[in-house]
Design a protein around this ligand. Structure first.
Ligand code: GDP
Length: 194
């Protein structure tokens, strides 16, 4: 996909503050530090547009972006971040569930996992919610460059088993090598224009 424009639109917590549902939307989710902001910045070809969860501020909100004036991209707050206050942690679940339930313009969620880690309880819970709300899901395994090519299939198999999904459901990605970028855009484009 050719990215002509990518702009930050607004941050929100509650539905009344979400931007209008005038464009179809895709959302990105994953645990803190999984590499979500690196992935979005790499996909958009905009260094620093999306902030990493190790910087405080916008990271506990839903952050909306407009891309090519054609669709909206939402950076969902990363989960499992130890340094976040308990009250924020407790409000994360309802905030996400409300978004998944209410956002009619949402076409798909890219769920990001780390190739070196077995999915956490929170990852699996997120997958359950996506299934519950019948939201098409693009599971992506990132940081592929951290594992040798020969070992990737083994890692992928373990992750797929934990998620109860076929290995083929996953796209391998690396923000370092940029592999998987076109495949993700292809899957996103399909979800946006079925
Ligand atoms: P976020 O908290 O999910 O937004 O994660 P970040 O994008 O901030 O990434 C967390 C850390 O992982 C940073 O130090 C990144 O440089 C690193 N990282 C992210 N993606 C990759 C990747 O594909 N390969 C490698 N080797 N490192 C990555």
């Amino acid at each position: 996909m050719h990215i002509k424009s990518a702009e930050f639109l607004k941050s929100a917590v509650h539905p009344e503050h979400y931007p209008e549902e005038s464009l179809p939307e895709i959302a990105f989710a994953g645990r803190s530090n999984v590499g979500k902001s690196s992935m979005i910045n790499c996909l958009l070809g905009r260094r620093g547009l999306v902030r990493t969860s190790s910087t405080p501020g916008r990271t506990q909100l839903l952050n909306f972006f407009t891309v090519n004036d054609a669709f909206q991209l939402v950076d969902l707050p990363g989960y499992g971040f130890a340094k976040v206050p308990l009250a924020v942690k407790r409000s994360w679940g309802p905030m996400i569930r409300t978004y998944l339930e209410k956002r009619r313009s949402l076409r798909c969620v890219v769920l990001i996992l780390d190739i070196r880690r077995v999915p956490s309880e929170e990852d699996l819970q997120f997958l359950d919610w996506l299934e519950e709300y019948e939201i098409p899901t693009i599971p992506v395994v990132t940081k592929a460059d951290k594992v040798t090519r020969g070992r990737r299939r083994d890692h992928l198999k373990k992750i797929a088993e934990a998620c109860a999904l076929p290995v083929e459901a996953f796209t391998l990605f690396s923000a370092t090598s940029r592999e998987g970028r076109e495949e993700i855009w292809g899957r996103v484009a399909e979800a946006l224009n079925p």
